[in-house]
Design a protein around this ligand. Sequence first.
Ligand code: UD1
Length: 441
Amino acid sequence: MKRIVCEGPNSLRGEFIPQGSKNGALPILASCIIFDTLVKINNVPDIQDIHTMKSILEGVGCKCEYVNNSLIVDSRPIKSYQISWELASKMRASFDLLGSLVYRFGKAIVPFPGGCLIGNRKVDMHLWISKQLGFNVKIDSGNVIVEDFNPKNVNTEISFWLPSVGATKNATFLGLFVAKETRKKIIFHNVAIEPEITYLWDFLSYNGLKLSYNLDKRILEIFPSEPKFSSLIMVDNIYDRIEAGTFAIAACATRGNIIIKDNDQEKYSLKVTLSRLWELLSSIGVEIGFGSDYIELKAKNRLKSFEVSTDVYPSFPTDLQPQAVSLATSIEGISVIVESIFDDRFVYVGELLRLGADINVVNNKFAIVNGGKKLNGAPVKATDIRGGAAILIATLTAEGKSILTNTYQIYRGYEKIVEKLSKLGANIFEETEKILEVSNV
Ligand code: UD1
């Protein structure tokens, strides 16, 4: 595995083009199973999680080809409704295939996801929704088995107790199956409305599946329908708002000046999907200019400390919480960052302390950052995707050399991150990790 070497302090300057969205591509990939044809998705990032999803799809029999950031999935040869633990354990989002496998086969066997690096991520609502929709749900040998659909047991109007992203994806696919089988409308209340979810809904609607949504009321309605036949379905992925947000925060933490290319399609533009980030950055003194297809950020030397709390979209994203903590370490004064989605998302803070940051995490709920202290380069370890990105941001601001290991976590979500940072002027490179020679003496 490569490790990342960074010599700081740095100041990021120049133009940045975001990658295709990881969390946007994954549900579209899951949806390929419901279309009995070829689907070509453009602008798919070349990252580990996408390759894992590709292997999972191949594992159930799909034929996949990834060339130049386009992924073609042919689900016609699919033969299995069971995902292996070996592949599922690499990525939680594999659980999102449960709904699309049920759509195709009427049943699915998917490994029960365990805890993960950012907390105990439950799937109880996924299971409850499956039961409400008339399926029998069992847990056996570590697998969730959803099968034996009975139309008599269908509840056609279901309220989520929290707007879970994953549960909304599965409910969408399960709801499409149930609406088709029963010829009844299925209504979900309190669904997630993250842009990656509405993009999935728009994609499904465009391809013949009847659904409508109300973002203000968080309602999704699914009507009886079948996919429209096409020998090749094509879709362009949206920009990755979390990658773009990470670079925006890195530019501010390093007091840089960057221009981020934006999508000119208003609904999925970064200007809109990251609006809470722009509000926060502008409130602390960052100059932000919005063009028709770009966003320019200029960070002055003195920024103001801040308070921010993560929450479901359209609030501040939890996937930018660690990066916001890194930003706070660069700003003089006390900042408070509250995490309200995950129960253990401050693991990376230990690595920031190794660089000299002054941070107190209280009850795993919020971080109090006493910022403005000079950070010094050190050997550090990426803890998880976004925590790893936050540590990388801190190494950019730290004085001297840092060596970041366990970079697999970062490459799960960020394409060519070192090359992109280097193009923005950072003194950063990758090197192959040295393997320790063990001698007998
Ligand atoms: C998705 C994103 C992830 C992001 C998160 C929140 C993907 C691949 N991942 O994750 O990057 O951080 O949304 O925006 O798109 N919960 C329950 N019961 C359930 C389901 C969820 O209690 O049945 C809880 C979880 O434990 C977690 C919270 O709800 O604490 C959020 O989960 P969810 O919105 O489902 O996020 P993911 O789909 O896992």
